[in-house]
Design a protein around this ligand. Structure first.
Ligand SMILES: NC(=O)C1=CN([C@@H]2O[C@H](COP(=O)(O)OP(=O)(O)OC[C@H]3O[C@@H](n4cnc5c(N)ncnc54)[C@H](O)[C@@H]3O)[C@@H](O)[C@H]2O)C=CC1
Ligand SMILES: C[C@@H](CO)CCC[C@@H](C)[C@H]1CC[C@H]2[C@@H]3[C@H](O)CC4=CC(=O)CC[C@]4(C)[C@H]3CC[C@]12C
Length: 342
């Protein structure tokens, strides 16, 4: 997105634990693309990568709500990693920092209270217990508190945080898992969540586009945007998690069975708790990390949608991809997954 949309771009540095072969394709244009294999938990590696950069977009993170990694590792990557990025900016004189936060910093909370088409000012009791949202909330706080700190050279650091709702689009691993599960079940998925529970979703291309706009505008609108949070949204429809996925999986041949959940909620909760027990029992032998656990069930079962225009008012954000385009691109990607699975 930066290469396509940012005419001022002179160099793009990509810092990641895992560098994919797709990065090579980015190196064929006029802009210098530097891929750096590194770990955000290693302060010296981060500082070396950041040195001389005008803007840092910090999106690296450990996204795990399935119990694959320990809470300590999630904290180390998401919180200490973010601290290292902030310190790298301060020490090397980089003034603009954009952080990819998450809607999870707000909710759904542990009480399962609905957040219905809320905005950045909607009151909501943000209380977390799970390591992932806890880590994102702490990291976001660090980023916002760092706004105004003096960087090398004496000028103030300008930071802001973007909070995407559930991201979908090309490369969406959970969508791929649902697709394969549906194929295994003879082209069917079974409704587990009431259709009335709305879940916020945003297309990956629009998430990237919002980051590019913020990176571009942060310098000129530092007083307005510095220290601010923005929900990251687009015109994707408000639907339940499962009904939304069917927008893509339906055209790929899957069917969602049931107009109402086929299993009662208490049974789902029981199965989710059983999965936690199995995960713990099997841990010495293998990693058992199914999609269903008490946390993911609560996430999917609690309304959380945003309706805001703060990003449009502050930096002129309009989604780059319409809903129709986002949908078509995602369907094409699922179909390609299907092709590669055969
Ligand atoms: N997937 C979603 O629905 C949402 C994701 N987010 C946030 O967006 C960001 C990107 O998430 P996704 O693309 O979903 O996850 P992802 O797992 O696809 O991407 C995370 C990237 O961070 C890199 N990374 C992980 N640990 C690292 C480390 N120690 N050092 C350097 N790089 C490391 C990974 O290699 C990967 O490329 C994360 O910060 C996540 O918290 C926010 C809202 C929703
Ligand atoms: C009970 C199952 C029946 O089909 C459905 C389980 C779905 C869950 C795996 C997902 C429901 C909500 C998702 C999360 C949500 O979109 C918000 C997120 C934000 C992030 O920052 C990271 C990813 C995620 C936690 C996302 C993860 C998958 C769900 C829990």
């Amino acid at each position: 997105m930066l290469l396509q949309q940012e005419p001022q771009l002179r160099e793009l540095r990509i810092f990641d634990l895992h560098l994919g072969p797709w990065l090579e394709e980015l190196k064929t244009g006029p802009v210098q693309v530097t891929a750096i294999q590194g770990d955000v938990t290693q302060a010296h590696e981060v500082a070396a990568a950041v040195a001389g950069a005008h803007v840092v977009i910090h999106t690296a993170g450990l996204v795990d709500v399935f119990g694959k990694t320990s809470p300590e590792t999630i904290h180390e990557v998401n919180v200490q990693g973010t601290r290292n990025v902030i310190e790298a900016c301060v020490q090397t004189g980089t003034r603009f920092l954009v952080y990819t936060s998450s809607m999870e910093v707000v909710g759904p909370n542990i009480k399962g209270q609905p957040f219905y088409r809320g905005n950045e000012n909607t009151p909501y009791e943000a209380v977390h217990r799970h390591p992932y949202p806890c880590s994102k909330a702490l990291a976001e706080q660090l980023v916002l508190e760092a706004n105004g700190r003096k960087v090398l050279g004496g000028l103030p650091l300008v930071t802001c945080a973007l909070r995407p709702t559930g991201i979908y689009g090309e490369g969406h691993q959970i969508m791929r898992d649902f697709y394969h599960q549906g194929l295994r079940l003879g082209g069917r998925l079974f409704r587990a969540i009431p259709a009335s529970v709305e879940h916020g979703r945003v297309y990956v291309g629009n998430v990237a586009w919002m980051h590019v706009l913020v990176a571009r505008e942060l310098e000129h609108r530092a007083a307005l945007m510095g220290g601010q949070v923005y929900f990251c949204y687009d015109n994707s429809p408000y639907k339940s998690y499962e009904d939304f996925n069917m927008e893509f999986l339906g055209p790929c041949g899957l069917r969602l069975v049931g107009t109402r959940p086929l299993l009662p909620y208490w049974l789902l909760l029981f199965l989710a708790a059983l999965n936690v027990l199995l995960q713990w029992l099997l841990r010495p032998l293998l990693l058992y990390a199914p999609l269903l656990n008490p946390y993911t069930l609560a996430m999917a079962n609690t309304t959380f949608t945003v309706s805001t225009d703060k990003a449009r008012r502050h930096f002129g954000y309009e989604p780059l991809f319409s809903w129709e385009e986002s949908r078509t691109r995602t369907i094409r990607w699922v179909q390609a997954v299907e092709g590669s699975a055969q």
